[in-house]
Design a protein around this ligand. Structure first.
Ligand SMILES: Cc1ncc(COP(=O)(O)O)c(C=O)c1O
Length: 393
């Protein structure tokens, strides 16, 4: 019998030791209220405007965006993203920006150029599960630093760095952080901690991979990104239009010092996605993204308030949560309950959430937590969903 796995390279064999990716997204029963989905609300996806953008693009450029190269709109998108970043005090030059197929591809490419199998990566605990899966394709060496209401606990990070240095243990090469409206906790790193983490990066010589996928979706004001405070080029910044336009367009980017960008571009062998990029440029030409972000922020704030008040009304005292200032998520602690065991009952009742265990390197750490998303479901569904969840609890 042919042993197919024997053909895999060492990196693949090592990576396949982990749980299969995507296990956290089970098939949802029909009619299930989706408090698990970190997707934009269906009514907030600009279907008509994107349709118009495609039509206009093809009228203006004919076959050009359908070739490998040649659409002027692809360069236009780069200019539009530059302008958006500059508005948030992140002036980067032409050779410091690369458009990718979503922020996820950028995480993978950054991991690819930085990580060896013995590289130590520092991550927030909990953090975005897809990023954990990506890093685990490259290394098994992690440091987990807890997050609280004010984001990454940088004093804990410092303690770990001091201890590792004293013991002669390897220091992290990179810290992956989602400082603003974090996935899954919805929390935001405060300014003091932002300064502290940049100081630590300089002192202990590590890079910061700043994932800003939700950064503009604020209910009030968005905090200054780490990239805008970075004076020595340690921050590799990830942006995305998935949460503010549409995830299926697959438009993200990485902004970093040109030496990093050159290395990333070297390995980006997907020949780009000119049609999606040109369509997005055409969309952004006709639709004011600033206005759109304002509308989205207000809509999500409204839905978040509905979710928080439903939790307040229906949950027993053993349940607690962080109050987000933006983004898509509310992180809930259910003391004494194993949320992954509870999920099948919740699904049977018609409500979905993501069990906390998927957001931790050590699944045990997430046993009593679950992530609720207020982005996808409408307000009535949110109220109904929380009632159902409280019944299950
Ligand atoms: C923190 C974080 N980063 C990145 C992504 C993915 O972004 P993109 O669709 O641009 O790949 C997500 C999506 O859920 C996310 O939560």
């Amino acid at each position: 019998m042919m042993n197919r796995q024997s053909y895999f390279n060492d990196n693949t064999k090592a990576a396949l030791k982990h749980d299969p990716p995507g296990e956290w997204m089970p098939m949802l029963p029909d009619g299930c209220i989706r408090l698990s989905s970190g997707f934009p609300a269906p009514n907030l996806v600009p279907t008509e405007a994107l349709n118009a953008a495609v039509n206009r693009l093809l009228e203006e450029e004919q076959d050009l965006p359908l070739h490998y190269v040649g659409s002027p709109k692809v360069d236009k998108l780069k200019e539009q993203i530059h302008a958006r970043m500059a508005k948030r005090d992140m002036g980067v030059s032409e050779d410091e920006l690369l458009i990718t197929a979503g922020a996820c591809q950028a995480i993978d490419l950054v991991a690819r150029i930085l990580l060896d199998s013995n590289t130590v990566v520092a991550v927030e605990s909990p953090t975005y599960m897809e990023a954990l899966e990506i890093f685990q394709n490259y290394t098994d060496h992690f440091i987990s630093i807890p997050v609280d209401q004010h984001g990454l606990q940088t004093n804990k990070l410092e303690e770990v760095l001091v201890e590792r240095k004293q013991k002669g243990l390897p220091l992290p090469k990179v810290l992956y952080t989602i400082p603003t409206f974090q996935n899954p906790t919805g929390t935001t790193m405060n300014e003091e901690r932002r300064k502290h983490v940049l100081e630590l990066a300089a002192k202990y010589d590590f890079l910061i991979l700043e994932d800003d996928a939700y950064g503009e979706l604020s209910f009030d004001a968005s905090p200054t990104p780490l990239k805008a405070m970075d004076i020595d080029g340690r921050v590799l910044y990830l942006g995305s239009l998935s949460k503010v336009v549409a995830p299926g367009m697959r438009i993200g980017w990485v902004a970093a010092d040109s030496e990093f960008i050159n290395a990333i571009a070297w390995f980006k062998k997907d020949l780009d996605h000119p049609f999606a990029q040109a369509t997005m440029a055409s969309f952004l030409e006709q639709n004011d993204i600033g206005e759109r972000i304002q509308v989205l922020g207000e809509a999500y704030q409204d839905k978040c308030a509905v979710l928080l008040s439903a939790l307040e009304q229906h949950m027993p005292d053993s349940v607690s949560w962080y109050k987000p200032e933006g983004g898509y998520f509310v992180w809930v602690k259910v003391a004494g309950v194993d949320t992954s065991q509870l999920l099948s009952q919740a699904l049977a009742e018609g409500i979905s959430y993501i069990p906390g265990k998927y957001f931790f390197l050590n699944p045990q750490d997430g046993k009593e937590y679950l992530r609720l998303s207020f982005s996808y479901a409408d307000k009535q569904e949110i109220v109904e969903g929380i009632q159902k969840l409280s019944n299950v609890l």
